[in-house]
Design a protein around this ligand. Structure first.
Ligand code: 6PG
Length: 248
């Protein structure tokens, strides 16, 4: 049974500050143990504040940090919907990370299938597996109101992928933006050493209650299928936790 830890915070700022402390802690441990720290960044809006705060820290070894992405919208890198654009503007443009250490998902290619094939190769070539079989040290993830995470949507074929580490995704109809995507898969994400979910937004309240309450239907949500090798930390805005949640 994976250790899922839930930590509640009074607002997104407090959540983001603690998330950055966790990222810095995991990074220091990874660099000390293996000489590098690899992280898969999440997209969406919730992580913005954490990225802005992380950019201000002076205790990250950016030379030894490798940045990947858990998913990307199949739009140009300068498109306002691009997860890479958000990460660049809030974090990557403000830290001394070597350009070669940032592996954006290629959205300049002709098709989303080609983008996914290239990224699958990049993940294997640049990351591969560590001696303990793990892929990325830390996967940062979000939760969609429909229970998706990265761009793994409920009842969608990419959730069933058993071998590739990145696959193409058809444009979703239930969430915005409705554009094709590339997503890391469960074989990749569940081989991460650690995963941290950053969860805020009143629209997540119903699905969060199902997931935390292990409701019968919760098993169909991709966010509930994330089980990394060491631990899975859910960092949640207290205001959207179930009212009966302990210490809510
Ligand atoms: C994306 C994200 C996605 C996101 C959730 C939550 O590309 O949209 O990877 O999985 O994390 O949809 O999004 P918010 O943080 O904007 O609520």
């Amino acid at each position: 049974m994976i250790a899922r830890i839930v930590r509640a915070f009074d607002g997104l700022d407090a959540l983001s500050e603690d998330a950055v402390d966790e990222i810095v802690r995991v990074a220091a441990r990874s660099v000390a143990e293996r000489g590098r720290f690899s992280i898969a960044l999440s997209g969406g809006s919730t992580p913005r504040r954490a990225y802005e705060l992380l950019a201000k820290r002076n205790d990250m070894d950016w030379e030894k940090t490798e940045v990947f992405f858990g998913d990307e919208r199949f739009v140009p890198a300068d498109d306002p919907r691009s997860n890479y654009k958000m990460a660049r503007e809030t974090l990557l443009a403000h830290v001394p990370i070597p350009a070669g250490n940032v592996q954006a998902i290629p959205t300049h290619v002709d098709t989303v299938e080609e983008a996914a094939e290239q990224y699958d190769r990049t993940l294997h070539d640049r990351l591969g597996r560590n001696a303990d079989g793990s892929t990325v040290d830390l996967a940062l993830l979000g939760l969609g109101p429909d229970g998706h995470t990265a761009s793994l949507f409920p009842n969608d074929a990419p959730v069933l992928e058993q071998s590739r580490w990145a696959v193409p995704v058809r444009a979703p109809t239930a969430v915005q933006p409705p554009v094709p995507r590339i997503t890391a898969t469960l074989p990749f994400l569940n081989a991460a050493r650690m995963a941290i979910f950053l969860i805020a937004g009143a629209d997540k309240r119903p699905v969060l209650a199902e997931l935390l309450g292990d409701a019968p239907g919760a098993s169909r949500y991709p966010a509930g299928m994330i089980a990394p090798r060491e631990f899975c930390l859910w960092m949640v805005d207290r205001s959207i936790l179930p009212p009966d949640w302990p210490n809510a």
